[in-house]
Design a protein around this ligand. Structure first.
Ligand SMILES: Cc1cc2nc3c(=O)[nH]c(=O)nc-3n(C[C@H](O)[C@H](O)[C@H](O)COP(=O)(O)OP(=O)(O)OC[C@H]3O[C@@H](n4cnc5c(N)ncnc54)[C@H](O)[C@@H]3O)c2cc1C
Ligand code: FES
Length: 290
């Protein structure tokens, strides 16, 4: 059983330093949708900022003294190195406090952590990305990578769903993605008077196109129930389980495989994940006690 390889990029800080947050400054914070915002961070130390690189699908631990720390995926373009973007849904102590920050405020940042979408390995293939709700931010760096290297991939389809039209993220970018030959298909669970698109859950979109199982790789992130049905539809179309990649969420503390908080069977989601080939986690996926 092999998980994905760790990032080949050199880290800006040593692994020892990765236990202590480095200080970054908020350069921008904007609301995306209700209770969800994107915060842009830049290390106070210019050398750290210059050396910081991440792979699509990796995450940072964001730390606010007096509130705590939360794992947040990096949602920005890996090629743009001047600031690091995180789209955050305000659900608890840390995320609500981050949402109250202002430009110039300081926050602790550890990372990048975890495995990544094996997007470079998948050159030459058709790519299906499937995201639900706040599952799109961890996939967006992979979209940017594809956009920078569009000719290296075959057909690229993005399926994205949210509860309602007002819960859809990054809608102002979809037109540009479509112009670069990404087939962006959007659906909502509940339409409103303005909505003219698809209604229904993400896995239902699979019935709208044909996939070549010999060529296609799937990457999916979102609520576990959505992931389960996306995997079901992909397997039903004979896409092999080792070419279906899923990103999982678990409670995290250290982010580095030391504390055991994020254990899933024999794996630590922070270190062996969050991106796993489905073939590797299939026995543990969706099992309550794990
Ligand atoms: C690898 C990884 C990447 C992540 N990336 C992101 C990201 O890009 N953006 C982001 O917003 N979050 C992301 N998360 C989730 C985030 O780390 C958690 O939601 C975290 O618990 C928030 O900390 P908190 O202190 O604000 O809330 P907590 O105090 O930990 O939680 C408060 C309450 O909210 C509930 N809750 C926790 N998470 C969610 C959720 N996702 N939806 C609804 N209710 C929830 C909890 O059950 C609890 O009752 C990621 C998690 C992991 C493991
Ligand atoms: S968060 Fe500590 S082992 Fe994963």
């Amino acid at each position: 059983m092999t998980t994905l390889a760790a990032s080949k990029r050199p880290a800006a800080v040593s692994s020892e330093e990765l236990l202590n947050p480095c200080w970054a400054e908020v350069t921008d914070l904007r609301e995306e949708i209700d209770s969800t915002f994107t915060v842009w961070l830049k290390f106070k130390d210019p050398a750290l900022q210059k050396g910081y690189a991440f792979e699509p699908g990796q995450f940072n631990m964001l730390y606010l003294p007096g509130y705590g720390e939360a794992a947040i995926s990096i949602c920005s373009d890996p090629e743009k190195r001047d600031a690091i973007g995180h789209t955050v849904r305000a659900v608890g102590n840390v995320t609500r406090a981050i949402g109250r920050m202002k430009k110039g405020d300081e926050i602790g940042l550890r990372g990048p952590f975890g495995t990544h979408w094996p997007i470079e390995q998948l050159e030459g293939r058709d790519i299906l990305l499937a995201a639900g709700g706040i599952g799109l931010p961890p996939l967006r760096p992979a979209v940017y990578h594809i956009l920078h290297n569009r000719a290296k991939y075959g057909k690229v389809i993005l399926l994205y769903g949210a509860r309602s039209p007002s819960d859809l993220l990054y809608t102002n970018e979809f037109e540009a993605w479509r112009k670069s030959d990404i087939d962006v298909q959007v659906t909502v669970d509940r339409a409103d008077d303005t909505w003219k698109g698809q209604v229904g859950v993400v896995p239902l979109l699979f019935y709208r196109f044909r996939l070549d199982p010999a060529k296609t790789a799937v990457m999916t992130c979102g609520p576990e129930i959505m992931i389960r049905f996306v995997v079901f539809e992909a397997l039903a179309r004979r896409i092999p389980a080792d070419r279906i990649y899923v990103s999982l969420e678990r409670n995290m503390k250290c982010g580095q495989g030391f504390c055991g908080h994020c254990q899933l069977g024999p794996f630590f989601v922070c270190k062996d994940g969050p991106v796993f080939p489905y073939s590797v986690i299939e026995p543990y996926f969706g099992v309550e006690e794990f």
